[in-house]
Each structure stands twice: as structure tokens, then as C-alpha cells.
Design a protein around this ligand. Structure first.
Ligand code: ZN
Length: 201
């Protein structure tokens, strides 16, 4: 019965060509607020563009229990006299993300490494507080979204950058080795959320 054989062959082929299911389709979408045009900026100073595409990501904590892109921008502009907020992304404790700059803007956050490192800050003081699992998980997902092909070895905490060994950022309770390990697992589709909760279980 050629028709039956053809039918089987067709169904076999269509099965083979179906896309692999997304292991993370159960996760809620990332909530990203675009605040690029609404943050306080310096009246005269302006950040330059990077000389090249960024190759690294720098993870920070805000070293404050509360705050958001607006309060950090105000501090960076008024107190530090920077052109604007130093971070490209801010992640709140509830997982809300604020998007502050295009990724080709060379903001100030890791000194000599600013040109090639994109900065993400997590609101919190992680030498004394424990990060929420939603903020930790959001940070993994955001790094993967903005830097999908950057190797996990190039995702470093602030204090892992040149000249910043003295800086306790992103804090003792934001374990960068664990973060890189989980980012790698996320890329491989094997990380189970909430990862932070399991880590502390
Ligand atoms: Zn920092």
C-alpha cells in the first residue's frame, strides 16, 4: 500500500522537522521598562560610544537596599558628575528591569574596562542582604538575552575586573562562580527555576 507508506513517511518527516520545545516556556516574560529617554542626565557631559562591540558583562549590586534607575542616575550625575547613570540595565528585587542605555554607549562603571564591558546592576546590598531568587533568575535571563554569545567566563563581578579587587561588588552573597555555572546551565536548557531557591535549600 504505497499510500500508507507515504503517509507514514510524511508523518515521520514532519515529526523530525518540528522545532525542539523551549524548556523555559513556563517562565513569565521578562518585564523590561525602557527608560533611556527619561533619566536625569548631565547638562554638559555626554558618554561616548564604545570603540568596539562589548565582549564582557559586569555584574554590580547597588550597595543600597532600595533605589532604581532614576535615583542612581541622580547620584551619578549630581554627586559623581558623570554624564548619566553608569549602568546599562537596573534589575529590581521584584525582577523588573530598567533599560537605561543602548548597549553601544560607553558608560562609567568599571574604569579601564568600560569600553568593552556592559554594566548590569542589581538593586540591593549583597554583603549583608540575600538576593531574591526572582532577581537572581532575572539577571541570568537578562545576561543571556543581551549577551547570548559572550562566553560565561566573560561575565564577571565588578570586583573581578582589573583594579577593583578591593571593591566588594556585587557582594559576598552574590556568588559569581555560582552565577556563571547557572548561566551555562540555562544556556544548555538544564537549569531549573527558581535556581536561587534550590541553591539555598
Ligand atoms: Zn559595582
Amino acid at each position: 500500500m504505497p499510500c500508507q507508506i507515504l503517509g507514514k513517511l510524511t508523518s515521520f518527516l514532519s515529526r523530525k522537522t518540528q522545532p525542539l520545545s523551549d524548556p523555559y516556556e513556563y517562565l513569565p516574560p521578562l518585564v523590561i521598562r525602557d527608560v533611556r529617554e527619561s533619566l536625569p542626565i548631565h547638562p554638559d557631559k555626554k558618554y561616548k560610544k564604545r570603540s568596539r562591540q562589548f565582549t564582557h558583562v559586569a555584574i554590580h549590586h547597588s550597595a543600597t537596599s532600595v533605589g532604581n534607575a532614576t535615583t542612581f542616575a541622580r547620584y551619578h550625575v549630581n554627586d559623581k558628575h558623570w554624564p548619566g547613570i553608569g549602568y546599562t540595565y537596573v534589575i529590581w528585587k521584584d525582577g523588573t528591569i530598567e533599560w537605561c542605555w543602548d548597549d553601544d554607549v560607553r558608560t562609567y562603571h568599571v574604569g579601564n574596562s568600560n569600553d568593552f564591558a556592559l554594566g548590569i546592576v542589581n538593586v540591593g546590598e549583597y554583603n549583608s542582604e540575600i538576593p531574591s531568587h526572582i532577581q537572581w533568575d532575572t539577571c541570568i535571563r537578562l545576561v543571556n538575552k543581551v549577551a547570548p554569545i559572550i562566553p560565561v567566563e566573560n561575565v564577571l563581578g565588578h570586583q573581578e575586573y582589573q583594579d577593583y579587587q578591593w571593591k566588594k561588588c556585587p557582594g559576598d552573597h552574590w556568588n559569581m562562580d555560582k552565577f556563571r555555572e547557572e548561566l551555562q546551565q540555562f544556556r544548555e536548557g538544564t537549569l531549573k527555576f527558581p535556581s536561587w531557591g534550590r541553591m539555598n535549600a
